[in-house]
Design a protein around this ligand. Structure first.
Ligand SMILES: [Zn+2]
Length: 284
């Protein structure tokens, strides 16, 4: 293979990595470009690609820990807690959400989650609220794929609670290790508004191949119902303005109406997690 062709392929691979890292982590593409420039200035012995990868890892970690949080705060977003604290039993369902910088939100989202977790842990001692995707640190309108929203700091997805040992609720035992895509199926007679949808190319993924691979879990009806009802009622004091939940779970938990909506048949299913949106606070 000619050297020109090899160089072209390497360049395309690098550009693809920049684009993918930007889409997945927002800052990763810029950090990779910075690492590439530094590796060219530094001129390390051995393979430059290895030096670039090492520099990228170090720079990405340093930026995520010490640079991004204060800069994000200037734009009105703060990181949701990545570890448990005594006063806020709130954590990511999987550390990957923090590693990828997908855990940023307005301070009001954080306050809402702390209040929700406080209420639920009084009813179910030891219960922790686990979040999934929230938002990236910067830029209103920058998409957090594959979500259709989550682009303004005001959205957060929450893991459902499942029945653990002795029937106690836990968000740590979702069928899928990342909280998404382990769908609760409608029961006979439940509403299935998308059953006759002829379209095959929508974001409503059923992933039947995956469901067989995931462990069977039972939703903890009481804890999930308590979470949804708190958000739809007390949550309004913290700005909650919309919840997205699949109709069959709305009916099963007796929480239909009000702020609780169905997202439609073009968007992702909401019987593997709960979507929460809070209103924009003036002057945030
Ligand atoms: Zn969502």
């Amino acid at each position: 293979m000619s050297r020109l062709l090899m160089a072209t392929l390497r360049g395309l691979g690098f550009l693809t990595a920049v684009v993918v890292l930007t889409l997945v982590t927002q800052i990763g593409g810029a950090v990779l470009l910075g690492a590439w420039v530094l590796a060219r200035i530094w001129r390390p012995r051995g393979r430059r690609s290895l030096a670039t990868a090492g520099l990228f890892t170090a720079l990405y970690a340093a930026a995520s820990l010490w640079v991004v949080p204060p800069l994000a705060q200037l734009g009105g977003r703060v990181p949701l807690p990545c570890t448990l604290s005594a006063d806020a039993p709130v954590r990511p369902q999987n550390p990957i959400y923090c590693v990828l910088n997908r855990h940023y939100a307005t301070p009001q989202v954080g306050a809402m989650l702390t209040a929700l977790a406080g209420d639920l842990s009084r009813r179910y001692p030891g219960l922790q609220v686990a979040y999934l995707d929230a938002n990236f640190p910067f830029i209103d309108g920058f998409p957090l794929l594959p979500h259709r929203s989550h682009d303004d700091g005001r959205k957060v997805d929450l893991a459902f609670f499942y029945a653990g040992p002795a029937g106690r609720p836990s968000a740590a035992i979702t069928p899928s290790p990342i909280g998404y895509w382990g769908f609760e199926q409608p029961r006979p007679g439940d509403p299935t508004p998308c059953a006759g949808d002829p379209r095959t190319w929508t974001l409503r993924w059923d992933m039947p191949w995956l469901q067989h691979l995931l462990p069977a879990r039972d939703l903890h009806e009481g804890a999930n119902r308590a979470m949804v009802l708190w958000l739809a009622n007390s949550g309004t004091r913290f700005g909650v303005e919309r919840l997205l939940l699949e109709p069959h779970l709305q009916r099963r938990w007796g929480v239909e109406g009000g702020l609780i909506r169905f997202q439609g048949c073009s968007a992702a299913r909401h019987d593997d997690h709960l979507h929460v949106q809070i209103r924009a606070f003036v002057g945030r």
